[in-house]
Write a protein that binds this ligand. Structure first.
Ligand SMILES: Nc1ncnc2c1ncn2[C@@H]1O[C@H](COP(=O)(O)OP(=O)(O)OP(=O)(O)O)[C@@H](O)[C@H]1O
Ligand SMILES: [Mg+2]
Length: 208
């Protein structure tokens, strides 16, 4: 693959979407390569339909592993239809969440086991990992507070939900330790401009 595959990870409200938007503007000033901004299910119709199946509120009986399998299936379709063609065409792919989200949220958050969810996803992505993953780290309370300011209901998150988010963050921190060459931690409690500058420096090292 001739392009660059970069993913962004972090707890809810860490600033992924904000940072990606800013980085795309900055990248345009240093490279002629086309930059593709995507997030799962990323405009793939099949991936979107699988996603709808997962999110449909009437599917209260969905088993956790069924959910994990469907996420992996949706991810694969997005990879085949959107990410791989962009990489083949020399583009820079900036993906808002990828495989590490499943490992952190379902492996850790839902307690299916990080290794098991990784194995499941290995099957789906066949080794197609990002060259660089920027993990935006914030304490759970900070991220949720930011999301709350956006109007989403932090009030509806009871103690159990907070424990879920704590497990997600702890899982991400384990992933950083286990993948020190791929995953770079950026302290996302800093002002947006600082976070963007740190991410940009790491991307420049890769893309130069
Ligand atoms: N470094 C920062 N300092 C203060 N506020 C920030 C910072 N980064 C982002 N925000 C604000 O926090 C809110 C959430 O940011 P954003 O939507 O980018 O997070 P996200 O990681 O994409 O969240 P989600 O996982 O829910 O998609 C926004 O209002 C954004 O302006
Ligand atoms: Mg977002």
């Amino acid at each position: 693959m001739a392009g660059f595959f970069i993913s962004f990870e972090g707890p809810d409200g860490a600033g992924k979407t904000t940072v990606i938007e800013a980085l795309i503007k900055k990248l345009a000033t240093v490279t002629d390569r086309e930059v593709v901004e995507t997030r799962e299910p990323g405009g793939s119709e099949i991936a979107e339909e699988i996603r709808q199946l997962i999110l449909d509120p009437k599917h209260t009986e969905m088993d956790d592993w069924t959910e994990a399998l469907l996420y992996a299936a949706s991810r694969r379709q997005h990879l085949i239809e959107v990410i791989e063609p962009a990489l083949t065409a020399n583009k820079i792919v900036m993906c808002d969440r990828y495989v590490d989200s499943s490992i952190a949220y379902q492996g850790g958050g839902r307690e299916l086991g990080m290794d098991k969810v990784r194995q499941l996803n290995d099957f789906a992505i066949q080794g197609e990992l990002p060259q660089l993953t920027l993990y935006l780290d914030v304490p759970v309370e900070v991220g949720l507070q930011r999301v709350k300011k956006l109007g989403a209901g932090f009030d509806r998150l009871e103690g159990q939900a907070l424990a879920f988010h704590q497990r997600v963050r702890e899982s991400y921190l384990k992933l950083v330790e286990q993948n020190e060459n791929r995953i770079q931690l950026v302290d996302a409690t800093q002002p947006v401009e600082v976070v963007v500058a740190k991410c940009f420096a790491k991307i420049q090292q890769l893309v130069k």
